[in-house]
Design a protein around this ligand. Structure first.
Ligand code: DAH
Length: 354
């Protein structure tokens, strides 16, 4: 017995002395492994008398369990100390003030996209992305705009040299991300797709490259009332105006039926634009219930599934929220402009999220 006690002590000491996972494993194998010292002792049980076997068997089992428990404890203590050492090594002092003279700013376009993502994420949307260079099919045909559709002409498309049998273009809208998402995912779908879009146009309110945020919800029950609630909540949160009037006006888009344009309340007195409940209206985005043809084109059963989509211009949202008068200035890369309209990186984006 005292022999067993001595062995136990010796092994427990070795367990405590093991300083990493590998040496702990060595100790385990040398005690409890196939040829371990405890295992060897168990093998001697067969040669004992029944009485001795009983008492020695019980004693050795207790020792075995004690050793196993000690090894487990040591293993988690080692893991924890490795983690602590790593955390200590990678420690970042978040109280350090920013480098003096750091002048970088977040561009209003990025800021606005971040704010839109934060609001839609809180409603359960996730972010989807698609490429700037698209096929004609994804950008138009799948969205219920066949080759001779008049709506195509309104989009001032940039055509690229085509490689295959169909034209390649710079996407004119983020709507092709709807197509890509529906073709690669099964409903329920709830995504927004922020990104660059391109149209051959240039004046105070048009630039050849600008950004949109697209939204898409597809399931078995989503209806027009959900669309209205979702966009009203978004617009009120985004502009930080709790009673912002929001109006849905019948409209037409080839990819939605019914379609609506959404206006928000404003005032235009004395040449100054103010958002809020002032009696006047300003158009802000397009939306509607996804057209069954679009669902079918993307391989979704239109008798079972339905949902809504919307699309809006990021810079238009930014211009209205932050009082920026000319769209072209967004892309002139003028540092003075960025310093004036840009955002300090670690600022809280919007009081609505504070
Ligand atoms: N793609 C439209 C455009 O660029 C915007 C839009 C309108 C997107 C209605 C939608 C929608 O998803 O349902 O003008």
């Amino acid at each position: 017995m005292s022999d067993l006690d001595a062995l136990k002590k010796e092994i427990l000491l070795a367990v405590t002395a093991a300083n990493d996972a590998a040496s702990l494993e060595d100790v385990r194998v040398s005690a409890l492994g196939k040829k371990g010292r405890i295992t060897e002792k168990m093998k001697t049980l067969g040669s004992l008398s029944p009485d001795e076997r009983k008492s020695f068997g019980a004693a050795i089992n207790v020792v075995k369990e004690e050793i196993s428990a000690a090894i487990e404890n040591r293993r988690s203590a080692l893991a924890e100390s490795i983690m602590t050492a790593q955390l200590e090594k990678e420690r970042v002092d978040v109280t350090l003030s920013p480098r003096p003279g750091a002048e970088g700013r977040v561009h209003p376009t990025s800021q606005t996209i971040d704010e839109a993502i934060a609001i839609f994420a809180s409603m359960g949307f996730s972010v989807a992305r698609g490429p700037d260079i698209e096929t004609d099919w994804n950008n138009f045909t799948a969205l219920n705009m066949p080759p001779d559709h008049p709506a195509r002409q309104m989009q001032d498309t940039f055509y690229l040299p085509s490689s295959g049998d169909q034209p390649t273009i710079l996407r004119t809208q983020t709507s092709p991300v709807q197509v890509r998402t529906m073709m690669s995912q099964k409903p329920p779908i709830r995504i927004i797709a922020p990104g660059r879009t391109f149209r051959c146009d240039y004046d105070m309110t048009h630039t050849p490259m600008f950004h949109q945020v697209e939204g898409l919800v597809i399931d078995e029950t989503t209806n027009m009332a959900h669309l209205k609630g979702c966009l009203m909540d978004f617009l009120r949160a985004f502009f930080g105006i709790a009673d912002l009037p929001v109006r849905f006006r019948p409209s037409h888009f080839p990819f939605t039926e019914p379609s609506a344009e959404v206006d928000i309340g404003c005032s235009r007195k004395n040449g100054e634009l103010k958002l809020g409940n002032y009696g006047d209206w300003l158009e802000i985005l397009g939306c509607g219930m996804v057209h069954p043809n679009v669902l079918r084109n993307c391989g979704i059963d239109a008798d079972r599934y339905q949902g809504f989509a919307f699309g809006m211009g990021v810079e238009r949202l930014a211009m209205l929220k932050y009082g920026i008068p000319d769209l072209r200035t967004f892309f002139e890369a003028d540092l003075r402009w960025l310093k004036h309209y840009g955002f300090v990186p670690l600022d809280i984006p919007n009081p609505a999220f504070a």
